[in-house]
Ligand binder design. Structure first.
Ligand SMILES: [Zn+2]
Length: 137
């Protein structure tokens, strides 16, 4: 039982750098819908990241994690392909951003424009290229 929803707690989303929290309700609702649909636990590997978080400082400008609109997640007992397909089934993510990563997790965000990408061996690539490299089964 989480303190935010049935399955999610605020501590899962706080910035690992400073401990603060910013969280878009649409992101939380989308994640709970994804949890309900898949029926398995979802691990949030990165939620809110303030602009001083080391990952954000590497970027030209802070991204959706810094707006509380994005999470990196692992859906247990799912392959990367299954995680991607499950996220596509949630309207807020389908209409927003989904990225697949060779670290074995996906990124979901609730931006209001469709965006897809992957990251393979440290490089950002098209979703097609990433799927070819990472969807092995
Ligand atoms: Zn921070």
């Amino acid at each position: 039982m989480g303190d935010l929803t049935r399955n999610f707690s605020s501590r899962e989303f706080t910035c690992r750098h400073c401990g603060r929290l910013r969280l878009d309700p649409a992101l939380l609702a989308g994640l709970q819908a994804l949890r309900d649909r898949t029926g398995v636990p979802i691990d949030v590997t990165s939620g809110y990241r303030c602009s001083d978080h080391p990952v954000e400082r590497e970027k030209p400008r802070p991204g959706y994690h810094s707006l509380g609109m994005a999470a990196d997640i692992i859906i247990r007992r799912h392959t990367l392909r299954e995680m991607y397909e499950a996220a596509e089934g949630i309207p807020a993510f389908s209409a927003g951003g989904i990225g697949i990563y060779d670290g074995g997790f996906i990124h979901v965000d609730v931006r209001t424009a469709r965006s897809r990408w992957g990251r393979v061996k440290g490089k950002y690539v098209s979703i097609e290229e990433a799927a070819a490299a990472l969807f092995k089964h």
